[in-house]
Ligand binder design. Structure first.
Ligand code: ATP
Ligand code: MG
Length: 453
């Protein structure tokens, strides 16, 4: 697709000659004779680049440039002027012009500047796209009270320099929270270095975090910088901190107190400015009792504790999470999104989700790949995700509210059959066989207790 260039000049002869030259070069060309018309044309044609005259009657070039940059900050503009002076050029660049060329225009210079500007705008667009993608990747979905509170806490704490301990079950989104904190902090321009303490063998963790000097131990052939070095002026994310060795814990504590450390096998003290965000799914108080986690480190880290709630504490977030994962996967896998009707979402909200959001995400991925139809019905949900356990069991309570044995027996029978029918997905033959009665008899009871679906 050819690129569109909008040429803005109040001299008709210039517009005509530029239109001819640029069309010959294979560009789409739009023209405007004033600043105001230019703004209108930008809206209509969405050009990739603008050539803008500085001296125009009415709204002049600089003013037009300001307006354009205000509305379309990523749109590249090259200024042109016959009365060129360096001051105007500097001013234009300050307002955001990409380049400045003098009249009479040299064709060679003009094309060079155009090509550079287009290459530059391609890069800007790409960076913008990647940033959006990155932001989306770390988007925390959920409007439940528990999640709203957590987001509020993140917003307050992120801009401070406080060290943070994030706790929560597997797959609740601890890593996501750590990224959100870094992104909203003053350190977001610098890296966030992630260390999974559980994945590194205990005898290597110290050298991984703090680096080592040449010859510090067998295999240390060269000096190596550690993660704390790399995280200077940024954030280090110590994931699974409960698995960190006691020695590494004490060095980490010293960084917290003095912002300095030594490499393994070294004597030189290295000063760093690092913010630590730690995460764990262990109960650190139990680890302290066992003697595997330092109490002082725990207290220093736990100044701002953040607990990410389990998914079963916020089942009302399940529909929006499902929606999020459906659109994510249809984008990644280039498949049509599928619909989850409310009965299906209801069913998903009754499962316990021991693996939390990660487990839900995996199930949605599986359903998107394995289900043929566009609508995911309750029948498409495989075990163990299809248990309707919690809803019916409570029916048993009513057994004890009636005084007559006959009534209580009836209540029990109703709850029992409902539970079993659910277990066998409403299949009458299977249910009848499992509970040891005739099919016809089961039919009768279903009718009697009004259990038909
Ligand atoms: N609120 C949320 N919104 C959108 N996606 C989420 C949310 N919470 C978790 N996820 C997704 O679920 C997956 C698991 O999240 P994450 O890795 O952050 O969990 P974790 O608590 O660090 O797990 P583990 O304890 O196993 O390390 C990721 O793919 C993440 O993107
Ligand atoms: Mg994690």
């Amino acid at each position: 697709m050819s690129k569109t260039i909008l040429v803005v000049d109040d001299e008709t002869s210039i517009l005509q000659s530029l239109e001819g030259i640029l069309s010959d070069e294979g560009f789409e060309v739009a023209t405007a004779e004033s600043g105001l018309e230019a703004l209108k044309k930008v809206e209509e044609t969405m050009p990739d680049l603008i050539l803008l005259d500085i001296w125009m009657s009415g709204m002049d070039g600089i003013e037009t440039l300001e307006k354009i940059k205000d509305l379309y900050p990523r749109l590249q503009v090259i200024m042109m002027s016959g009365h060129g002076n360096i001051e105007t050029a500097v001013k234009a660049t300050k307002v955001g012009a990409y380049d400045y060329i003098e009249k009479p225009l040299s064709l060679e210079k003009l094309l060079l500047s155009i090509n550079n500007a287009l290459a530059h705008s391609r890069l800007t667009e790409e960076v913008h796209f990647l940033k959006e993608k990155e932001m989306k990747k770390y988007n925390i979905v959920g409007k439940s009270k528990a999640m709203a509170d957590l987001k509020e806490q993140i917003r307050i704490v992120a801009p401070t320099n406080a060290w943070i301990l994030i706790s929560g079950e597997n797959g609740t989104g601890k890593e996501l929270v750590a990224h959100a904190i870094h992104r909203l902090s003053h350190r977001s321009g610098n890296p966030m270095i992630e260390v999974n303490c559980a994945a590194i063998p205990e005898d290597l963790i110290e050298s991984e975090l703090f680096g080592h000097e040449k010859g510090a131990f067998t295999g240390a052939a060269t000096m190596r910088k550690g993660k704390f070095d790399s995280a200077h002026e940024g954030t280090i994310f110590l994931d699974e901190i409960g698995d960190m060795s006691l020695k590494a814990q004490s060095k980490t504590l010293r960084i917290l107190q003095e912002q300095k450390f030594e490499r393994v096998g070294g004597t030189k003290t290295i000063e760093v400015d690092v913010r630590v965000i730690a995460a764990t799914n262990k109960d650190l108080e139990t680890e302290i009792e066992k003697g595997t986690f330092r109490e002082d480190l725990y207290f220093r880290l736990n100044v701002i504790p953040m607990r990410v709630p389990s998914l079963r504490e916020r089942t009302e977030d399940i529909p929006s999470l499902v929606q999020e994962f459906v659109s994510e996967f249809s984008l990644i896998a280039k498949v049509e999104p599928k619909t989850f009707p409310s009965e299906t979402l209801d069913l998903l909200q009754q499962y316990e989700w021991p693996g939390n959001v990660r487990e839900l995400k995996n199930l949605i991925e599986r359903l998107m790949i394995m289900t043929q139809s566009d609508v995911i019905t309750t029948k498409d949900i495989p075990a163990p995700f299809n248990q309707k356990a919690r809803s019916t069991r409570s029916g048993i309570e009513t057994v004890f509210t009636s005084d007559s044995l006959k009534e209580a027996k009836g209540e029990f029978e109703k709850a029992f059959i409902e539970e079993k029918l659910n277990e066998y997905n409403g299949n009458i033959s299977q249910t009848a066989e499992a509970i040891g009665i005739e099919r016809s008899n089961l039919h009768k009871k279903i009718k009697q207790y009004n259990l038909g679906r």
